[in-house]
Design a protein around this ligand. Sequence first.
Ligand code: ATP
Ligand code: MG
Length: 432
Amino acid sequence: MKYQKPKGTNDILPGESEKWQFVESTARDVLKKYDFHEVRTPMFEHIEVITRGVGESTDIVTKEMYDFKDKGDRHITLRPEGTAPLVRSYVEHKLFGPEHQNPFKAFYIGPMFRYERPQAGRLRQFNQMGIEVLGSSNPATDVEGILVALDFFKRLGVTHTQLVINSLGTRENRMVYRQALIDYLEPLSDQLSDDSKRRLHTNPLRVLDSKDKKDKEIVENAPSILDYLDEESNAFFTEVKSLLDAMGVEYVVDHRMVRGLDYYNHTVFEIMSNAPGFNGAITTICAGGRYDGLVSEFNGPDSHDSGFGFGMGIERVLITMDAEGVEIPAANNVDVYVVGLGEETNCESLKLAQAVRQAGFVCERDFLNRKAKAQFKSADKLNAKLVLIIGESELAEKVVRVKNMVTGEETTVSLDDVYTSFSNVYNNIIGE
Ligand code: ATP
Ligand code: MG
């Protein structure tokens, strides 16, 4: 039997994992500046958390769940997204209490699971980085959330981005709009794609989001949600736009942009990439919005019922970085390589490498008892700045030869000096 990873999953291997670490550490750096704190929820949840949080009629719940009964007959699902679990946790641990940050500003980074048809940038296990702000109905929270995402992309060197925003108003506004949309679409329903026909009565807003060409033509003349906002929703959206303007953030308003998850209201946004490498195709790399009311759905207090957040697919961020030709700092370099010649140097090589690491440098050695030439080739490949050479005679004299790989110069240093003050040795040769 040939063993293979499950369909729609990835092994992230050396060479690639360094990129992940770079993206994740950049995210952590940026989030820290905004006073966001990490929450790590379980990888699986009781299924009700997701059906309640995400909504019964969404693709996630109807088609994409990795759910199962566990040995105790509990109905469990692998988490398909981060918001519902986080809100569950917020309410469960009463994080709205006076001793907690208010608004509560959380982020998560980790795998999500959706049973989808795998394609480029669409996996069954994928990774999201996301934020959630709970307990603020201030439109500045929406704008700060958007700024976090934009700041993150800037720090990664991703510049071909476009911010698209819209407002879905309140639930009441959306119910009225929903009916208007059904009234518009119904007479045209036989021209809609099968997916959209099905969604027409379960989740009609999602038809606006269809990628089908004919569907797109049909929704071209659909009524606009923006005409259905009440005064308060309008004022909120106007404030969000003027705060974005005040921050000098460019955006476009697309009244057909809705989100696939039921919980959104008021502000929704997406950040799209039109990186040159995508050849004109546009990809959503980050999506989110406001979800006032979700905390109440989980029986949390009405006083802390406001929420805003986004999620971004890390795989798509990495694809975008590739498409933009962003270079990630090489991560497999070492400072020092130990060349050991002859089996009898095995133990001393181990000690040398360890001393170098204890002094704070990155070090690798040979383990295969190879010839000098092959070991130097490895040192070159790893961009070692310094090579320590130990052979039979050096061992006998308790010294090591030290080669500056930049100038090619060689000196001899006592083992003692390496063991007591390697940083001096290094700095004398390479400079600080
Ligand atoms: P789509 O319309 O592409 O299916 P979605 O509306 O299901 O997206 P969200 O649930 O809002 O997406 O998730 C936020 C982000 O997570 C997406 O913008 C995308 O970057 C990423 N994402 C979602 N599903 C997947 C997946 N199956 N594989 C990889 N990334 C994903
Ligand atoms: Mg989806």
